[in-house]
Design a protein. Structure first.
Length: 202
C-alpha cells in the first residue's frame, strides 16, 4: 500500500490530532504514552515514559509530583522535548518547546478525574526519592485509604502535585516508508501563529 507523503500545508495541531486518533485505533496499549526529555542547568539530559493528559492549541499537558526529578529539572531549565512513537502505525512525532505550569483549576479538575487509589497514591508517594522498604509506602497508602474511605471521598489535590504544559515551538512528523526512505517534515514557529514548514531527508 502506498503511503501518502506528509502534507506540508497541514496545521501541525490538526495533523497531531489525526495521527493520535489513528494511534488510538491501532496501538494495543497507551497510545498517549510519550517520552519526556528534560535537562539540568548543566545540560545533563534525562528521559522517561509518561502519559499525555491533555492536548490543545495551547500545548501538551502531563502531571507529576513537584518533588520529582523531572519537576526539579523543569524548574531549573523550563524546556522539554516529547516523543510519541507508534510502532503499530509506523509513525512518530517529536515536539519541543518551553514548559509552563498548568492553572490550579486545570490541575484540580484532572486530579479529581483520577481513580481513588491513583489520587491516594499521588499523596502517599514521595516520587523519585529513596524508599527504604516498599512496606513503608504501602502502609502510608493504607492509612490514606482509611482516612478517605469510599469511592465518593473528597480527596484534595496535594500542593506538591501539579501539571506542566509543553508549548510547542517545533514539531517533527515522521512516517515509515520502504527501504528506510522515510518521510520527515518539520514545523518551526516563526511568530505567535505562524509556522515555517520544511521536509527533511530521511
Amino acid at each position: 500500500m502506498t503511503v501518502k507523503l506528509i502534507d506540508l500545508e497541514a496545521d501541525p495541531f490538526t495533523l497531531f490530532d489525526a495521527w493520535m486518533k489513528d494511534a488510538a485505533a491501532h496501538e494495543p496499549n497507551d497510545p498517549n504514552a510519550m517520552a519526556l526529555a528534560t535537562a539540568t542547568p548543566q545540560g545533563r539530559p534525562s528521559v522517561r515514559m509518561i502519559l499525555l493528559k491533555g492536548a490543545d492549541r495551547r500545548g501538551f499537558v502531563f502531571y507529576t509530583n513537584l518533588n520529582s526529578r523531572k519537576a526539579a529539572e523543569l524548574k531549573a531549565n523550563p524546556h522539554a522535548a516529547l516523543l510519541f512513537h507508534w510502532k503499530s502505525i509506523r509513525r512518530q512525532i517529536r515536539i519541543e518547546g518551553p514548559v509552563e505550569p498548568v492553572s490550579a483549576a486545570e490541575a484540580d479538575t484532572y486530579f479529581a478525574s483520577r481513580s481513588r487509589i491513583s489520587r491516594l497514591g499521588a499523596i502517599a508517594s514521595n516520587q523519585s526519592h529513596p524508599l527504604a522498604d516498599r512496606g513503608i509506602f504501602e502502609a502510608r497508602l493504607k492509612e490514606l485509604e482509611e482516612q478517605y474511605p469510599g469511592e465518593d471521598a473528597v480527596i484534595p489535590r496535594p500542593e506538591n502535585w501539579n501539571g506542566f504544559r509543553v508549548v510547542p515551538d517545533s514539531f517533527e512528523f515522521w512516517q515509515d516508508r520502504p527501504y528506510r526512505l522515510h518521510d520527515r517534515a518539520t514545523w518551526t514557529r516563526d511568530g505567535k501563529d505562524g509556522w515555517t514548514r520544511q521536509r527533511l531527508y530521511p
